[in-house]
Design a protein around this ligand. Structure first.
Ligand code: NCD
Length: 355
């Protein structure tokens, strides 16, 4: 089966991802050629969770393509506050807009929304699960700044458990040949097991590290992330984790001259401000690259008939997903969609194992 929704970059092959990157680079070279590419089209941004960059860069992307935008960034100003279901909201909005970008604090919401959307739908972050368009931002940056997406030693540091940007990034870069990973975090915030499974399935080498100072010395790219305070059960658990890994001048001095530092932003204090002027610090430029990546994605989804995304084969499982953070817990009408992986039944919405 195929569709036009971007829920998880996992569903795309390397050629398709490369096509988005190539398109983004073309737009960057001559933005004026695309000024009317989406004349008359409407993007709806449905942000049920705070955002600065993702929402604004999608809106700017559509405006720069000649289209217009509608949407909300505070669900309490929409009918959600009256108890409207996700299904009803999406069924209505997809009759207004040509394309939808959605962010939600609950895992699997974008996948759930796509079931009821008659127009292309883009996942802009679903809880601690995935954030595919941040990964587009990251790989457009890598492609422009490093000239390649393969054979790199990639360090990811911070909240690897709850950081959805990290999950999407590792899943995508694991598809490219010769990439190896250093996973730098505390034991409590290490990557979910399903991400380790993906690294192993793709034959990628990876190391687990608890020391940024040690890990930094031979990296091509360091991807710093903030500790995701809003996803902790208690303030005490967050307090115990914050500030464990801080990239400062002393640590950066140990890195190679050609290592680049990326961060999806917002930064809290995991990178000291004095590093911002270092030529290796690319996080602000990265945010700008993201806008071009999103322009490319909108164009391909709306205008390229060959740009279709494959869907995995699903079946109805007897049991409902019991991940308390999964959308199936809050939207009761959702079917128990699942898929098989290594003989296990996985939830199609949040990718957790259904027992
Ligand atoms: C990230 C997110 O929302 O997951 N921000 C972003 O979209 N650039 C990272 C974060 O919030 O830490």
């Amino acid at each position: 089966m195929t569709n036009k929704n971007l829920i998880d970059l996992e569903a795309m092959g390397v050629e398709q991802i490369d096509k988005i990157v190539r398109k983004a680079r073309k737009i960057m070279q001559s933005p004026a050629d695309y000024r009317h590419a989406c004349d008359g089209k409407i993007l709806a941004t449905l942000f049920y969770e705070p955002s600065t960059r993702t929402q604004m860069s999608f809106q700017t992307a559509m405006l720069k393509l000649g289209g217009r935008t509608i949407g909300f960034d505070n669900p309490m100003n929409s009918s959600v506050s009256k108890g409207e279901s996700l299904k009803d909201t999406i069924s209505v909005i997809s009759g207004y807009a040509d394309i939808i970008a959605i962010r939600h604090p609950v895992e699997g919401t974008a996948m759930a929304a796509s079931l009821y959307s008659s127009v292309p739908l883009i996942n802009c972050g679903d809880g601690g699960h995935l954030h595919p368009t941040q990964t587009l931002t990251d790989i457009v940056t890598l492609s422009c700044e490093k000239g390649r997406l393969d054979h790199m030693k990639i360090g990811v540091c911070g909240d690897l458990l709850n950081g959805r940007t990290v999950h999407s990034l590792i899943k995508t870069l694991a598809k490219y040949e010769g990439n190896s990973f250093v996973l730098i975090s505390t034991k409590e915030l290490s990557v979910p097991l399903y991400i380790i499974d993906i690294l192993e399935k793709n034959g990628c080498t990876y190391e687990i590290s608890h020391s940024l100072s040690d890990a930094i010395v031979d990296l091509d790219m360091l991807y710093m992330t903030r500790i995701q305070r809003e996803r902790f059960k208690s303030p005490e658990e967050y307090e115990a984790q914050k500030n464990v890994f801080v990239l400062d001048r002393e640590k950066l001095d140990r890195a190679r001259d050609d290592m680049i530092i990326l961060h999806p932003l917002p930064r809290v204090n995991e990178i000291t401000v004095d590093i911002d002027d270092d030529p290796r610090a690319l996080y602000f430029k990265q945010a700008q690259y993201g806008m071009f990546g999103r322009m490319a994605l909108i164009l391909l989804l709306l205008q390229d008939e060959d740009f279709i995304i494959s869907s995995r084969e699903t079946e109805l499982s007897v049991h409902r997903c019991n991940n308390p953070k999964c959308v199936t817990q809050s939207e009761a009408y959702l079917p128990n969609l699942s898929y098989k992986k290594l003989g296990m039944q996985m939830c199609d919405f949040c990718d957790k194992r259904i027992d």
